[in-house]
Design a protein around this ligand. Sequence first.
Ligand SMILES: [Zn+2]
Length: 197
Amino acid sequence: MVTALHRPTLVLNRNWQPVNVAPVARALVLVWNDSARIVDPADYQLYDWSDWSALRPAQGEAFIQAIKQRLRVPEVIVLSEYDRLPSAAVSFSRRNIFKRDRYTCQYCGGQPGCEELSIDHVVPRSQGGQSTWENCVLACLPCNKRKADRTPEQAGLKLRSRPVRPRWTPMYARESVRVASWSKFISEAYWNAELEK
Ligand SMILES: [Zn+2]
């Protein structure tokens, strides 16, 4: 069962641009620490912890059972101190490298499936290459074998694109986790981005 504490909360930065999605439990800790305010999507009013905890959930509305009271479930928060979540929004992990590279070998473009893909250090560790977003890509086993302990140039291989730290906001783009009230904030971010060009 997905409890109210695991529901997704949209996280906005100080410019009200969506930067991530956090479980409600995490969002409440940020508000409790004064690192964020809760946004009421209906009227954009901001609430700090004491304002929010004074509200009572309406009949039939989801709630969080705290020790003494029921809390309303926030759907959107805005960060007051940081432009990103305090921890990196997209963590450097095996799973995220697979996602960034779309399960595709970055040398030959093959998509042989998870088991046939491995993480390749573009500049091999033996030549001082680091484990970073900029130096790690997916490679299929034949390409990885062909490249061995060499740089792409040394092995006569060419990267299809330069690896970078992904800027995607992993969850709110996925329809399945969206909350209806988020659409206001997400589309505003879209319009803001267009104006900055
Ligand atoms: Zn390949």
